[in-house]
Design a protein around this ligand. Structure first.
Ligand code: ZN
Length: 323
């Protein structure tokens, strides 16, 4: 396998409306799918990303209203990062400040400036400046897809995911799995942080393994549930599944997630990994202009729509950000 990089990252939120408002309005991402957790249809599953929910731009949430908060620690994806264009940091500092979000500027992330802050549930996020030609961003011709937002001008918008931080006790074990099975290559090391790159060309092709002595994290509100890597197609997914099984890992069968097909396993440091296909994508059950506006259910839950809608909290999407 030569994975192109990250497909999506899924985290746990508390209040669904706060989550929706923060990611669409403060960060300017688009809600590309409003559905339920297929393993627990009494709770929402929100997908945020670019205009069509391209792999590599997607962060998803299971909102669990009233649930307790988790704790960051080893064996987790401890930071979710987004790539922003050069010269956008001043804009983002002001936007976060205006939304009462305290952000800290961190330098020296392999030479790139980043802003670090927390979402309303305490999930640690970063906006990382990715090198590139400012003019390319302005003209919208930069390779990374541009998320749509009515509120955030094109030349400062989040363009997709940037290298997330995976904190682990034994980085060499996860590194071996990434290199030998998922087809990532080691590219650089700095401050106990090892960067690996998949075959894709955008910032979402990279991940960082941070060597950590911290205690194990607890997965609940404000923490990452799992990270998904891209498989080109179903055949590649089946091939890599065989290799994972041969290595002694406990891998699920292929599961139909409606918008992609998935397998799941725990990597040697305990992080839940998913491998998801690029297809069929988010346009399978609604047109591009209507993405995220109504509750979509997989066929198996359609007969229970009334019952499901009755238990889900009411939410309002203030704008659909389809530009
Ligand atoms: Zn997933």
């Amino acid at each position: 396998m030569r994975s192109a990089g990250i497909h999506h990252i899924t985290a746990i939120a508390g209040d669904p409306q706060l989550n929706l408002d923060f990611y669409t309005e403060t960060l300017g991402l688009r809600l590309v799918k409003r559905t339920v957790n297929f393993d627990d249809p009494g709770s929402y599953h929100f997908y945020f990303g670019d205009k069509i929910g391209s792999p590599g731009t997607i962060i998803t949430f299971f909102p669990w209203p009233g649930a307790r908060r988790g704790a960051r620690g080893s064996g987790q994806v401890t930071t979710v990062s987004f790539a922003v264009p050069p010269n956008s940091i001043a804009f983002w500092k002001e936007r976060l400040r205006a939304n009462h979000v305290i952000a800290e500027e961190i330098g020296g992330r392999f030479g790139n400036v980043a802003l670090r802050f927390l979402d309303p549930d305490g999930l640690q996020l970063e906006l990382v400046v990715i090198p590139g030609n400012v003019e390319e961003f302005r003209r919208g011709t930069f390779k990374a897809p541009s998320p749509g937002s009515l509120e955030v001008a094109r030349d400062v918008r989040i363009v997709g995911l940037a290298p997330p931080t995976l904190e682990v006790r034994k980085p060499e074990k996860t590194g071996q799995l990434l290199a030998e099975i998922l087809g990532f290559e080691f590219v650089a090391e700095e401050n106990n942080r090892r960067r690996f790159r998949g075959s894709g060309s955008s910032a979402s092709s990279e991940i960082d393994l941070l060597s950590s002595e911290a205690g194990f994290g607890q997965i609940a509100v404000g923490t990452v549930h799992h990270i998904a890597f891209r498989a080109a197609d179903d055949e590649e997914q089946l091939r890599v599944r065989k290799q994972l099984v041969a290595r002694g890992l406990d891998v699920t069968p292929v599961i139909d997630r409606q918008y992609f097909h998935s397998i799941y396993f725990r990597e040697p440091n305990g992080i839940l990994f998913e491998i998801a296909t690029d297809r069929p994508g988010f346009l399978i059950d609604e047109p591009v202009d209507a993405l995220g506006e109504t509750l979509k259910l997989p066929p198996v839950y359609e007969p229970k729509r009334n019952e499901i809608e009755r238990v889900l909290p009411t939410i309002h999407l203030h704008h659909s950000a389809a530009s």
